[in-house]
Each structure stands twice: as structure tokens, then as C-alpha cells.
Design a protein around this ligand. Structure first.
Ligand code: NAG
Ligand code: NAG
Ligand code: NAG
Ligand code: NAG
Ligand code: NAG
Ligand code: NAG
Ligand code: NAG
Ligand code: NAG
Ligand code: NAG
Ligand code: NAG
Length: 567
């Protein structure tokens, strides 16, 4: 479930036909459904795409300070408002869904309904695949020339460690080394452009977009400003932009805020402070949801927790056999490690995943591991045939960008270093720390891809003054970007403010809140901020039928996407 595996992927495959947005087909202009048919151009070449959008592949220099490095294409996708009643002309709001490595193209197509509800419809909504991601260059795949890389990593790759097992730690450490050695070799020699896939360069691409836009509108490109919404890792991108170009901030909303200091040090040690609280909210939400909503319901939250402890202890002692051929295609077992891998994703979106977790737990209690096999991808068939859908493996851009940004600053060079790191994370979160440790800092230990000096960020993103203030948003209980991150980063940006959303989950997208939408739209309209200390209630509560109206298909899609991002 954490990495794109067969079952998980088929579930999130794009289906543009499910999007109920009106189609503005332009007569006699063909509609495209990929970026392969576009050539990179230095100006916008908006072409109708994906039924409801326009797409362009913008040619940008790999290195803005060294044009001899060559160029690459960045894939942009745009939803254009038809609003004409706005007092000012519509702006392009750029968006980033997180990751690093998340595809903005996929995000906008999947999340349009949610985004227009949250942002209103006075402005255009734009997204893009950042450098190294999906339809944008440079190619960071560790399998040059291979197009369909989704399943090219072995089973168990990046799986949760067991902090009490030295062999488990040693295995994860060695696997990370193999990844680093392989990928470093694949990107050596002539194929060394992966180093240009980093957050500084992507922030420069966003500025470049605003300049091309201003020029195309006949405006002064040197005073163009960015309008932006970034979630999760997208907050690193946004705060980096504001730090580099403080006088070019039009509107910036940062939602689910990453501690930029920890991120740029490559530690990933400031994420899990509220992780256990997020998972444990399951006990209360399940209880309050009632037996008809929660398959693992019991007479008190404590009774649910007791049963949970029993299920986990039993699974740890005895893996479960899965031979149901509608679920698996090989003889399969599910283990406590599979459970930990799946659990890492669950609190990202409680309204989507808590009901699934309840079903999986109820099954496990009966000795049935079908659901766990399905959601962990264990036993799924490996199909790498030419006819399987073209899907790339997000783990490569995720780690290339994160490791590149970290620039070797947190170098776990011995297995003892990694043991300490894993112990530290386990102490921070008993429930998610072991899965987190296996898939964060250790991955960088041998991935030797280094950006040019002018694309290396040092210190903490900050600016005493920005041309317009930044709006930060944090949930009261976020499993991977705790509220303290929003408070810390807000303290680094003069004039900024934190809006708190009272909900469990990762970013405000985890639970619909009309109150949050109101402040977001006010901010876009005139840059005004909510009062200090404002807290928005959420209108959507896990297991509550009254909020099920919010669980539209489009929202489920976007939350499924989230699960594959670390932040
Ligand atoms: C579409 O465009 C082509 C060339 O640009 C033109 O020959 C053709 O008549 C057009 N078709 C329609 C239906 O307008
Ligand atoms: C990459 O973008 C294409 C559209 O060009 C989309 O169909 C595909 O799902 C995207 N892949 C991922 C993993 O987001
Ligand atoms: C404008 O777009 C909205 C949805 O985005 C749609 O409901 C409305 O009908 C459109 N109006 C016009 C005049 O096209
Ligand atoms: C413009 O019209 C739309 C649809 O009628 C409405 O939702 C929106 O609030 C209006 N915006 C302004 C600024 O009046
Ligand atoms: C470089 O990448 C290209 C495709 O992008 C591939 O065909 C070629 O084999 C790679 N070269 C090396 C030395 O890996
Ligand atoms: C590791 O061992 C300690 C001491 O036996 C125990 O309390 C703890 O629950 C174990 N942790 C895991 C993740 O198994
Ligand atoms: C196998 O799994 C399917 C789908 O979950 C289920 O409907 C069916 O009852 C299962 N079969 C057995 C024998 O458990
Ligand atoms: C980590 O440190 C070791 C030993 O100093 C060095 O050989 C290695 O290149 C470093 N790795 C990274 C990714 O910087
Ligand atoms: C575990 O975390 C607590 C605070 O949450 C801290 O006081 C303690 O020193 C930590 N222990 C270790 C071994 O890191
Ligand atoms: C921000 O303000 C502090 C204190 O006034 C000052 O020391 C620092 O140089 C300023 N930084 C910038 C980038 O202006």
C-alpha cells in the first residue's frame, strides 16, 4: 500500500470519465491524454487535454545560471475558470500535492472537484509535474530506457524494520545501499542530468512560469508574483520559493507543514510527534461511529484497543496464510511487518482508511488475512508485460529529490548510525516509527547524486518580509506533519499566520471543512489572514454517516493518491 503495487495501483488508475466537470472541447483541436505528443516550447503552447484541461510542456534550462547544461520540459496542466464576475482578472494558482515525487498532473485531474470547492472558481488552477516526476524531465529512473518501472523493485523493498531485530535493521540498511549503488551507477557518465531534479530548481521553474505568464499578458515579467497552494512536501517547495524570492509572493498557502530545517538536513526526524495519537484516534472514532459503521466496534474505546493489541500480538507470533485466488496469485503469508507497512498510510486519511482498517482488523481477528494481503500488495501478480498500463515508480523521484536536497548532510554511514536513527523514530512513534525509518534518511546513504552549488539550499527557509503574507494551515493531529511544524515555519516568515483545522489526518484535505475553505477563499481574494489563533472545525468525521455526503469519488481518489507520498 505504501509503494505503488499492483493492487494499489489499479485502484488509483485515472479515470477521467468519472470527473463530472463540463467539457469545453474546442472545435477542430484534438484532445490529448498524455504529454508525449507535446514538444517542449519556451512559451506556453496550451493544448486541450484530459477532457477538461489544457496542457503545455514548458522548456526550462536545467541550470538557470549555466545554460550550457541544456534544457528540459516541465509538464503543466491548467483548469481555466469561466468566471467573469471577478473584480480582478483571474490568476493562475499553481499547486503541488506533496511527495517529493508526487505528480501534480495526476493531482489536478483527480482533485479538481475538491480544489474548486476549496479555492472557489474565480481563478485558474494549475499544476505541474516537478522536475524528475512523471511527465517532466530530467529522467531520474534508475532503469534508463525502461518505460514501465512501477514494479521493478523487489518485494519487501523499503519494508518496515523491527527495532528489536539486528538482522532486520541490517537487511534494510543493506537494501538501501543496493538502491544507492545501482541508481548512482545508472546516473553516472553521460546520464548525469538527474542532479538537476531538486527543490531549488523547481522553485526557479515556478518563478519562470510566472514570468512567462506575465510576458504573455503584456505585463512586466520582473515583477510577476506567484500564486500557490502546496501540501505536505509542497510546503517545502513553497517556503523555499518564498525564501529565495520574498518580493515575488502573490499568495502562498502551505498546508500540512514540513519542518524545513529537518527536511534540508535530510533527517526526517521531526515528522512523527503526533503519529501515535493519529492512529489511536481510530479507537474513539470507531466507538463513536457505532457497530453499524465500524466493523471492529466494541463497547468502549478501551475495549477496541484491547482487541487491537490482541490481534497484533497474535499476528506477530503467527503469520497468516492467504490462498484466496481472488486476492493473491501465489501462496502467500501476511505478517506483522505487512501490517506496519499498511498502517503507515492509514492515518493520512482517516475518513477513507479507518473503515478499511476496521475491516482488516475484524478479518485478522478471525484468522483471515485476505484484506491485509490486498492492501499490502503481498501475493499480487507481477505483470511487467508491454500491455500493462504505463506507470512509473514514484520511489525514484521521491528519493532523488529528497536526497539531492539533503546534499549528504545526514550521512548514515554505519549500520550503528541507522540503528540509532531507527530507535529514535521508534521512540517518537511506536506505531509508525519502524516503517518511517526504513523509507526515509537511510535511503540516501549511497545515493550519490549532487546538485550544482547554486541548487543547494542551506539553512532554514525564512524571510523577514514577503510581498504578501503566507497562510499556513495545520491539523490539530497530523500523523506526519505535526502542527508544531506549521508554528515553527510561520515563525520564520514575517507577517505569516497559522490557521488550525481541528481534525485528524494529513493536510486539511483529509477532512472537508467549509470554515477552512472560507479562509482560503478570503485569502485568495485580498490576501487577508484569519485572526491569530483561529481554529476551524471539520465537517467530515470518520465513521459518521452524516458526513458521508462528502465522500465523493473524486475526494477518495485524491486521498488514495496521498497515501503513496511520504509527506
Ligand atoms: C480542421 O482544420 C483543418 C486544417 O487546419 C481544416 O482543413 C478542416 O477543414 C477543419 N475541420 C473542421 C471541421 O473545421
Ligand atoms: C503520469 O501522468 C499521466 C498523464 O500524462 C497519468 O496518466 C499517470 O497516471 C501519471 N502517473 C502517476 C504515477 O501519477
Ligand atoms: C462555468 O463553469 C462551471 C463549473 O466550473 C459551470 O457549472 C458553469 O455552467 C460554467 N458557466 C458557463 C457560462 O460556462
Ligand atoms: C462569481 O460567480 C460565481 C458563480 O456564480 C460565484 O460562485 C462567485 O462567488 C462569484 N465571485 C464573485 C467575486 O462575485
Ligand atoms: C543513458 O540513458 C539512455 C536513455 O535515457 C539509455 O539508453 C542509455 O543506455 C544510458 N546510458 C548509460 C551509460 O547508462
Ligand atoms: C522490543 O522489545 C521491548 C523489550 O522486550 C518491548 O517492550 C518492545 O515492545 C519491543 N518492540 C517491538 C517493536 O517489538
Ligand atoms: C475470497 O475473496 C473474495 C473477495 O474478497 C471473497 O468474496 C470470497 O468470499 C473469498 N473466498 C473465500 C473462500 O474466502
Ligand atoms: C557518506 O559518507 C561516506 C564516508 O565519509 C562517504 O564515502 C559517502 O560518499 C557519503 N555519502 C553521501 C551520500 O554523501
Ligand atoms: C524518548 O522520547 C522521550 C520524549 O518523548 C525522551 O524524553 C527520551 O529521552 C527518548 N528516549 C530515547 C532513548 O531517545
Ligand atoms: C531579518 O531580521 C533579522 C533581525 O532583525 C536580521 O538580523 C536579519 O539579517 C534579517 N534577515 C534578512 C534576510 O533580512
Amino acid at each position: 500500500m505504501r509503494y505503488p503495487k499492483a493492487t494499489a495501483l489499479s485502484a488509483i488508475a485515472l479515470s477521467t470519465t468519472t470527473l463530472a466537470t463540463p467539457v469545453h472541447k474546442r472545435a477542430n483541436v484534438s484532445m490529448i491524454y498524455d504529454f508525449a505528443s507535446l514538444d517542449p516550447t519556451p512559451e506556453f503552447n496550451w493544448t486541450p487535454c484530459f477532457d477538461t484541461f489544457t496542457c503545455t510542456l514548458l522548456e526550462v534550462p536545467l541550470d538557470y545560471d549555466d545554460t550550457s547544461a541544456g534544457t528540459t520540459g516541465i509538464a503543466f496542466i491548467k483548469w481555466s475558470t469561466n468566471a467573469t464576475n471577478s473584480s480582478s482578472p483571474p490568476q493562475d494558482i499553481l499547486t503541488n500535492p506533496g511527495g517529493p515525487g508526487g505528480s501534480g498532473v495526476t493531482f489536478l485531474i483527480s482533485a479538481l472537484e475538491l480544489l474548486t470547492e476549496a479555492f472557489g472558481t474565480d481563478n485558474n488552477i494549475v499544476s505541474f509535474d516537478p522536475r524528475g516526476v512523471n511527465n517532466s524531465g530530467p529522467d531520474v529512473s534508475c532503469f534508463p530506457g525502461v518505460k514501465n518501472t512501477a514494479q521493478l523493485y523487489g518485494r519487501g523493498w523499503g519494508s518496515a524494520v523491527d527495532v528489536n531485530s539486528t538482522s532486520s535493521i541490517a537487511t534494510a540498511w543493506a537494501q538501501a545501499g543496493a538502491f544507492g549503488d545501482w541508481c548512482t551507477a545508472a546516473h553516472s557518465g553521460a546520464n548525469d542530468t538527474a542532479k538537476y531534479a531538486n527543490t531549488i530548481a523547481t522553485a526557479q521553474d515556478m518563478l519562470h512560469y510566472t514570468e512567462v505568464l506575465a510576458a504573455s499578458n503584456g505585463e512586466d515579467k520582473d515583477s510577476s508574483e506567484l500564486w500557490y497552494y502546496g501540501a505536505s512536501y509542497g510546503t517545502v517547495l513553497g517556503s523555499t520559493f518564498a525564501s529565495l524570492f520574498p518580493d515575488r509572493v502573490g499568495r502562498i498557502i502551505l498546508d500540512g507543514v514540513v519542518d524545513g530545517e529537518d527536511y534540508y538536513q535530510g533527517k526526517w526526524e521531526a515528522n512523527l510527534f503526533d503519529a501515535d495519537a493519529a492512529v489511536k484516534s481510530f479507537f474513539t472514532y470507531c466507538y463513536e461511529g457505532g457497530s453499524s459503521s465500524c466493523a471492529f466496534w466494541d463497547e468502549s474505546p478501551e475495549a477496541i484497543e484491547d482487541r487491537w493489541n490482541n490481534v497484533l500480538a497474535k499476528l506477530e507470533a503467527e503469520p497468516i496464510t492467504v490462498i484466496n485466488t481472488t486476492v493473491v496469485s501465489t501462496p502467500t503469508i501476511v505478517t506483522i511487518t505487512d501490517f506496519k507497512n499498511v498502517l503507515l498510510q492509514v492515518p493520512y486519511s482517516p475518513s477513507v482508511y479507518f473503515p478499511i482498517l476496521a475491516n482488516v482488523l475484524a478479518e485478522l481477528e478471525q484468522g483471515n488475512g485476505d484484506g491485509l494481503a490486498l492492501y499490502s500488495g503481498e501475493g499480487a501478480s507481477l505483470q511487467c508485460s508491454d500491455s500493462s498500463p504505463l506507470v512509473y515508480n514514484e520511489i525514484e523521484p521521491r528519493f532523488f529529490i529528497a536526497c539531492n536536497d539533503a546534499n549528504g548532510r545526514f550521512n548514515l554511514s554505519t549500520v550503528e548510525d541507522f540503528t540509532e536513527n531507527a530507535d529514535y523514530l521508534y521512540n517518537q512513534s511506536h506505531l509508525l516509527g519502524e516503517a518511517w525509518a526504513a523509507a526515509t534518511a537511510v535511503i540516501c546513504r549511497k545515493l550519490d547524486i549532487k546538485a550544482p552549488q547554486n541548487q543547494i539550499f542551506t539553512g532554514v527557509p525564512s524571510a523577514n518580509e514577503t510581498s504578501h503574507p503566507i497562510l499556513f494551515i495545520g491539523n490539530t493531529v497530523d500523523p506526519v506533519t505535526p502542527l508544531r511544524g506549521a508554528k515553527k515555519m510561520s515563525s520564520k516568515f514575517g507577517g505569516s499566520r497559522v490557521l488550525t483545522q481541528d481534525s485528524v489526518g494529513h493536510t486539511s484535505e483529509a477532512a472537508v471543512s467549509k470554515c477552512t475553505f472560507k479562509y482560503v477563499q478570503q485569502y485568495f481574494a485580498d490576501a487577508s489572514l484569519p485572526d491569530e489563533g483561529t481554529v476551524c472545525e471539520a465537517d467530515e468525521v470518520p465513521f459518521q454517516a452524516s458526513s458521508s455526503a462528502f465522500n465523493t469519488k473524486a475526494r477518495r481518489e485524491i486521498r488514495k493518491l496521498k497515501k503513496r507520498h511520504h509527506i
